[in-house]
Design a binder for this molecule. Structure first.
Ligand SMILES: NC(=O)c1ccc[n+]([C@@H]2O[C@H](COP(=O)([O-])OP(=O)(O)OC[C@H]3O[C@@H](n4cnc5c(N)ncnc54)[C@H](OP(=O)(O)O)[C@@H]3O)[C@@H](O)[C@H]2O)c1
Length: 138
């Protein structure tokens, strides 16, 4: 299961990003947004009495998301001179199939977090990690 999750959440992102790069390089405003999670934040999750302590421990999903954030930083570095802004986002706890619709935010709210860094101006941030209320600590 760990391999399958990393294949989807990390290796899959590399494959899709690399496949899209020729098109992105032809864009006047190329942006990459990797959909991560608050579970990626080692700062938040290493507080064992903090707000994320209630999450079930996982060797698959939770470690795959910091890997995705690390990948985001590496792509940002690689693509900086090409004007590609690369950021990760944490959409929040959103009402979808993945949590059996227990999420308390709507899909529209979760999607807005993704759309914002997809529509940044040329001076926007890169190599960042953002949620609805601003930057997420790594
Ligand atoms: N919902 C939340 O509260 C929440 C919180 C934090 C982060 N996220 C992140 O948000 C993203 C979307 O999650 P979601 O909640 O919208 O989940 P979802 O409703 O379960 O949707 C997941 C999507 O990923 C596709 N998928 C899964 N494995 C795949 C694979 N190996 N190859 C290609 N497509 C695959 C699924 O396709 P099929 O339907 O065809 O299987 C489905 O369209 C994920 O990256 C998740 O980690 C969600």
């Amino acid at each position: 299961m760990v391999r399958a999750v990393f294949e989807t959440n990390v290796s899959g992102v590399i494959a899709v990003t690399n496949a899209m790069l020729p098109l992105l390089r032809r864009s006047p405003a190329p942006r990459i947004v990797n959909v991560s999670s608050h579970e990626a934040s080692l700062t938040l999750n290493s507080d064992l009495d903090g707000p994320f302590s209630a999450l079930l421990p996982s060797a698959a999903y939770s470690p795959s998301k910091p890997a995705l954030c690390a990948l985001t930083v590496q792509y940002a570095k690689e693509l900086r001179e090409d004007g590609v802004l690369v950021n990760a986002v944490a959409p929040g706890f959103v009402d979808t199939d993945s949590n059996n619709h227990t999420g308390f935010q709507t899909v529209a709210q979760g999607s807005a977090v993704v759309v914002r860094p997809a529509t940044l101006g040329p001076d926007g941030p890169t190599a960042g990690f953002f949620a609805e209320d601003g930057p997420v600590p790594w």
